[in-house]
Design a binder for this molecule. Structure first.
Ligand code: NAP
Ligand code: G4F
Length: 324
């Protein structure tokens, strides 16, 4: 039986990846940082099928102990401070988790067993003010937030450990991916949650920032499959994972409100406080390498993704109303 260890298992991607690996017959262990409250919202359905270990990306000795205890064949490093606006509020902590945390875990792997296959959650935010359209594995980085800068460091330290220590370490440069488990502060989920609440009479208006921002959005369930495929290759590498289609935040609003028969323009108001100090205006990925080498293709379209998220939020808000 193969064993996988996941950092960030309580997050959106960690929970989808745990689902996938359990389906494939893996023993799955996850790293969580200690909290005084329950963090199992996304993994409640699989708590009796996974192992949970406490450690923190800020503390290398805790990572060494867990890796030694679990002895994984594959380690997926998904833990990070992942919300871009928060990275301006806490730039140093973002660097500690999202940049130096990756050195700590790579070093822990090197010490315990450098044959462990390693996945790093790189991000399209590294492309920032894009130098090429569409973006590929060779497009230069120009990050536009402390988060993007931290991810660029994390990406290169992973490449460096691969080249320095001959480790099987791969980076997935993932473009935005969403789903019903997405955190409610991210724009897709903020919109679909508001659509459900407005439809059911619990909210009137939705405040948003930049409606012109363009993103290449896909479904998280499709994207975690790409992570697993990268670690099944004979040789490690870096891969762009994207849908190859781009939409504005405005179009996302139109589609989400339209799904329940509402006119988005009656409900969305812009708030300049939600604009970012430096914006990533447009991202569009070219996943040809992943398609050709990994055989990866996304299965859920943008339209299906938005419908799935609105429907899930309608079910949840209805339940909350019934329980109130
Ligand atoms: P998410 O839902 O915000 O989950 C982040 C996870 O990281 C949570 O489990 C969180 O634990 C954990 N974490 C944060 N700080 C930690 C620390 N100091 N030690 C250990 N764990 C820590 O993010 P996601 O959307 O699943 O994204 C997964 C990864 O992919 C992240 O690295 C993100 O930056 C990257 N990424 C995401 C996207 C996307 O569109 N979703 C695109 C490209 C790259 P708590 O529950 O304790 O907070
Ligand atoms: O949903 P977002 O907050 O995602 P963002 O900043 O693109 O980052 C996400 O994707 C990255 C991959 O490219 C990940 F690495 C990262 O961890 C995260 O998962 O914002 C998307 C766009 C932005 O341009 C933002 O300015 O939506 C715009 N937007 C407009 N109004 C808003 C809002 N974003 C948020 N969160 N909230 C708003 O009210």
């Amino acid at each position: 039986m193969r064993t996988a260890l996941i950092t960030g298992i309580t997050g959106q991607d960690g929970s989808h990846l745990a689902d996938l690996l359990l389906d494939k017959g893996y023993r799955v262990a996850g790293i969580v940082r200690r909290s005084s409250v329950d963090q199992s919202e996304r993994i409640g359905h699989l708590l009796n099928r996974i192992e949970i270990h406490q450690a923190d990306l800020l503390d290398e000795s805790s990572l060494v102990k867990v890796i030694d205890r679990v002895r994984p064949h594959e380690l997926y490093n998904l833990g990070a401070m992942s919300f871009v606006p928060a990275s301006w509020e806490q730039p140093v902590l973002t660097g500690e988790f999202t940049a130096l945390g990756v050195t700590r875990i790579l070093d822990a792997v090197r010490i315990i067993d450098p044959n462990i296959r390693f996945y790093q959650a790189s991000s399209s935010e590294m492309f920032g003010r894009v130098r090429q359209v569409p973006q590929t594995e060779t497009t230069p980085f120009y990050p536009r937030s402390p988060y993007g800068v931290a991810k660029a460091y994390a990406h290169w330290i992973t490449v460096n450990y691969r080249e320095s220590y001959d480790m099987h370490a791969s980076c997935g440069i993932l473009f935005n991916h969403e789903g019903p488990r997405r955190g409610r502060e991210f724009v897709s989920r903020k919109i679909t949650d508001a659509v459900a609440r407005i439809k059911l009479g619990k909210q009137q208006k939705l405040e948003l920032g930049n409606l012109d921002a363009r993103r290449d959005w896909g479904y998280a369930g499709d994207y975690v499959r790409a992570m697993w495929l990268m670690l099944q290759q004979d040789t490690p590498g870096d891969y762009v994972i994207a849908s190859g289609r781009q939409h504005t935040v405005r179009e996302l609003c139109e589609l989400a409100f339209g799904h329940v028969g509402l006119d988005w323009q009656q409900h969305v108001v812009t708030n300049t406080n939600l604009l970012r100090p430096a914006e990533v205006d447009s991202l569009l990925g070219d996943a040809s390498l992943a398609r050709e080498t990994l055989g990866w293709v996304p299965e859920v379209s943008f339209e299906q993704l938005v419908s799935m998220m609105v429907d899930a939020d309608l079910v949840r808000v209805r339940r909350e109303i019934a329980q109130a």
